[in-house]
Design a protein. Sequence first.
Length: 308
Amino acid sequence: MPPHVTIVMATRNGARHLPAQLASLARQTHPDWALFVSDDASTDATPAILAGFARRHPLHLVPGPCTGTAAANFLSALGHPDLPAGPVALADQDDVWLPGKLSRALRRLGPDPAPALYAAESLLCDAALRPLRRSRPPRAVPGFGNALAQNLFCGHTLVLNAAALALVRQALALLGPQGARAIPWHDWWIYQLLAGAGARLVLDPLPVALYRQHPGNALGGSGDLRGALRRLALLGSGRWGWAMQAQAQALQQTAALLTPAARRTLDGFLAAPPAGPGRAMALHRAGLHRASASGTAVLLAAAALGRV
């Protein structure tokens, strides 16, 4: 029988777009699910909208950590003692799922008891859900060397099987609440952790969600000029490098969960000189790479400048 799935959502003043996302959850062709919401002290109509949904559908609401980031809110939910064991699907408050999303993810993950992580493509839309473009599948094969340099597993489509969730919860227990709050991007870090632990990584080329693009996006979609410029700005400012370093340090605290090969790659990254050609060479030797050769060249050039 298809398993019960817990849909994990982190909310914060999402009343403007939340009803459409909740309606899309109710339309899923996989009927055996429950919603687990971590709310960061919303002051708009979000609590009332969730209460109305809970009268018709299974919903468990817990208080979020209120640190100001969606990453901390999601990781707090994933580590919460009330979260049931079993597969989990992450849901952003401002997107819309296509009806077969859960069913397709469960089919692609299959009954394998080993840890497995799923993500898929999406249809990028504007704030009013008018189509903009389809996201493009990455050219890279997912793995730990890639995961340290970029995120191929966007959080709005993530599904973890039961073993993957158990592994994430082990890591969060090792980090503790303060360590988890230092992670800038929850989805990227989940990809890093599971890739480093040798999990099966499933990238689905089929779009399964409408990914709403608006000023409130934490990062937004890639694949166009605006997305590329946004990411180049993060790289040039050093913020991308700061995130890479912060997440690598969190991974180091959970090194017991990683494979020996992943630990060597992680050690090579963390031991690299702070800047100069030596840093670029160290990252290259450690195996860090992006989805394209040009992206890897930009990464290594930024490393030489001390930006990553």
